[in-house]
Design a protein around this ligand. Structure first.
Ligand SMILES: Cc1cc2nc3c(=O)[nH]c(=O)nc-3n(C[C@H](O)[C@H](O)[C@H](O)COP(=O)(O)OP(=O)(O)OC[C@H]3O[C@@H](n4cnc5c(N)ncnc54)[C@H](O)[C@@H]3O)c2cc1C
Length: 400
């Protein structure tokens, strides 16, 4: 249970994350991955499986960034397929749906292959309107997702809940997991595949030379053929399409609920501000589980008191889940919202050979970071990937 004033997430409290020593002198590898969150570790793992040598460096350690603050459910995009289709067009939206499907399958297959005990679970996700009515948002989302071949159904309400959501969409076979147990498993797999991970090692610079890239740190340089910047927000302005995304703050609380009192499902409402809900296991041996409720997102730096945000989320949850007991956790983190609604993944910028970024992953980072790892792996290996243009950080729609 959270015991300090410092907001700590449920995940940080209930995972055992391996520690890694800082880099000790110069290193050489096919690929240097900067950042040991879900984006960096998934990319490192996939490259190692392809036979590449990989060094991962992180300024702090595995899982110390936003991945440890996530709610870690995999659900259709916050921006909605229907809204995105209006700007991306039908073909690109079909590619986006493909990336969501493949990313979720990818996490599941890694969990299976590496036997990672991270509470991975397939379950239905529900989108409903806070006013309890069938509206244009639900209607257009239903139409577009059905056309995309997504397994979606219209229902009168979310089944089994203590409150009536009103009409909703049910998306079958979405997913949730414990993000830091997943990262711990990935880290172990990376080491067993011969990869190196160094904590306490901040990337300070990236320089191109005749023989490849050189990543400068205070502990020595990493020389590599390719560099993947997986730091959530690229740290170097040359690799940061900063004007193309905006930081938002999101808040989460974890309330006690009796075990098995609620259906295993993901919930999301279409309000402004919106709320999202999932269940998670409490600490081992606990007689209860946790209702994880998040939302109240706002542009970073708008000065609104976080305590008020937590109180709003708690009031929303208590009005709908009378069985909810004590609040055990409160935490908050930053999501990067791209201006055109989809993540920036892949080679960037055009003039710089062999540098790749994974950023702009909105509230769908579990999905986008995994899709980014798949895409960047293909690009480094010189394989064609149908998502390259869609997710290109240099795509025209972002050049405002
Ligand atoms: C409250 C909240 C709820 C969320 N809920 C969901 C959800 O339910 N589903 C979902 O899909 N997404 C969700 N997200 C988004 C998701 O958590 C993030 O998009 C995702 O975790 C980003 O992963 P990452 O690997 O890119 O970054 P991070 O996990 O932040 O990892 C980046 C790493 O880079 C390191 N680093 C930074 N700079 C340097 C440097 N110069 N040198 C070396 N290392 C460096 C950091 O120490 C860090 O460990 C949520 C986010 C928040 C904040």
């Amino acid at each position: 249970m959270q015991t300090t004033q410092e907001p700590s997430s449920l995940w940080l409290d209930t995972a055992s994350i391996p520690g890694f020593a800082p880099l000790d002198g110069a290193a050489r590898a096919d690929v240097c991955v900067i950042g040991a969150g879900i984006a960096g570790l998934t990319t490192a793992y996939m490259l190692l499986r392809e036979g590449k040598s990989v060094v991962v460096i992180d300024s702090a350690g595995v899982g110390t960034g936003e991945t440890g603050r996530s709610a870690a459910h995999m659900f259709p995009p916050d921006e909605r397929f229907a809204r995105l289709e209006r700007t991306l067009g039908t073909g690109n939206t079909a590619l986006l749906a493909d990336s969501y499907r493949r990313a979720t399958d990818c996490v599941e297959s890694i969990v299976r292959a590496e036997q990672i005990d991270c509470e991975f679970e397939r379950l239905d996700g529900y989108l409903f309107n806070p006013h309890g009515k069938w509206d244009a948002t639900l209607e257009s989302e239903y139409r577009v997702t059905s056309r995309l071949g997504i397994d979606v159904r219209r229902l009168e309400r979310v089944p089994g809940l203590p409150f009536d959501t009103g009409p909703c969409l049910r998306f079958a076979r979405q997913a949730q997991f414990h993000p830091l147990k997943y990262l711990a498993g990935l880290a172990r797999a990376i080491v067993s595949l011969g990869g190196r991970i160094h904590g306490g090692t901040r990337a300070l610079s990236i320089e191109s030379g005749a023989t490849g890239q050189s990543v400068g740190t205070a502990h020595g340089d990493v020389h590599a053929g390719a560099v993947v910047i997986a730091t959530n927000t690229p740290f170097d302005p040359r690799f940061a399409p900063r004007e193309r995304q905006q930081a938002y703050q999101s808040y989460v609380i974890g309330l006690r609920v009796p075990k098995d009192a609620l259906p295993r499902a993901l919930l999301w409402d279409s309000g402004n501000p919106y709320y999202y809900v999932r269940l998670a296991a409490a600490a081992p041996g606990a007689a209860h589980e946790l209702l994880v409720v998040g939302g109240q997102d706002h542009a970073s730096g708008d000065g609104i008191d976080p305590q008020r945000r937590y109180a709003e989320i708690e009031a929303w949850a208590r009005a709908r889940f009378p069985a909810a007991g004590q609040v055990e956790y409160r935490w908050s983190g930053r999501v990067m919202e791209p201006h055109d609604g989809i993540a920036m993944l892949g080679h960037y910028p055009a003039g710089q050979a062999n540098v790749y970024i994974i950023t702009g992953d909105s509230g769908n980072g579990m999905t986008y970071c995994t899709a980014g790892a798949i895409l960047v792996t293909d690009q480094i290996l010189g394989r064609a990937n149908r998502w390259s243009e869609l997710f290109s950080p240099a795509r025209a729609s972002l050049q405002r």
